[in-house]
Design a protein around this ligand. Structure first.
Ligand code: DX5
Ligand code: ZN
Length: 221
């Protein structure tokens, strides 16, 4: 099986000691950091914006994977110039997706398209050749700590088939409800990268223990 990348989301980290929590993930050997920007409109919650991302940029050398859960994401994209390695926008709020993806590339970042559980795969078919990554939401976005909607893994498998069949190089990221208990199933469905929020930042285990448990699950240990 190909190597699966782990992308902790800081959503359930301790915001009072965020720098320490980010360093702990880096020390645990994760591959990238997933940053959930919410605007209180596309999703009910508000999290943080480019200023916090800029501050974290000074704390870690992990690549930053930005998940824009905002309406009119094209207005936010320029704010993340030079601080985000990948910028992902939701298809549900991107009527001019090609223009938005172009604007991300012009900043020198990779681009991704995100798709909600209730949105059919057809909505992103025209974008598959243009993106570096497809982010399949396996929960309805807005909160960490939700249960994965298992049927979304069928969507992942279908997108994997479309990418492979078309010869497109985009990766697939799964976001929502990833745990040690379902990580192998996510990989088997065709994911390349797993966002891990509450399965990395939780009260039960240290970040290092949580990351080790996810890696072990992916090895089939
Ligand atoms: C939710 C965010 C997710 C979230 C995942 O809207 O997009 O990235 O942090 O958290 P878990 O892994 O706990 O579902
Ligand atoms: Zn996310």
């Amino acid at each position: 099986m190909r190597p699966i990348k782990l992308a902790p989301s800081i959503l359930t980290a301790d915001f009072g000691r965020l720098a320490d929590d980010v360093r702990a993930a880096e020390a645990a050997g994760v591959d990238l950091l997933h940053l959930d920007v919410m605007d209180g409109r596309f999703v009910p919650n508000i999290t943080f914006g480019h200023q916090l991302v800029e501050a974290l940029r000074k704390v870690t050398s992990l690549p930053f994977d930005l998940h824009l859960m905002v309406v009119e994401p094209e207005r936010q994209v320029p704010l993340f110039e030079g601080i985000a390695d990948t910028i992902n926008v939701h298809i549900e709020v991107s009527p001019h997706i090609n223009r938005t993806l172009d604007s991300i590339r012009k900043l020198g970042a990779k681009c991704g398209v995100c798709i909600n559980p209730g949105t059919p795969v057809e909505a992103i078919i025209e974008s598959l050749s243009d993106v570096d990554q497809v982010m399949v939401m396996t929960i309805n976005p807005g909160w960490g700590g939700q249960q994965m909607i298992p049927r979304q893994l069928e969507k992942v498998a279908r997108i994997r088939g479309l990418l492979d069949g078309g010869g497109y190089g985009a990766g697939i990221m799964i976001d929502g409800g990833v745990k040690a208990g379902n990580a192998a199933a996510c990989a088997a469905a065709g994911a390349d990268t797993l966002v891990c929020g509450s399965s990395v930042y939780n009260a039960e285990r240290s970040v290092a223990e949580s990351v080790a448990a996810l890696r072990a699950a992916l090895r089939g240990a």
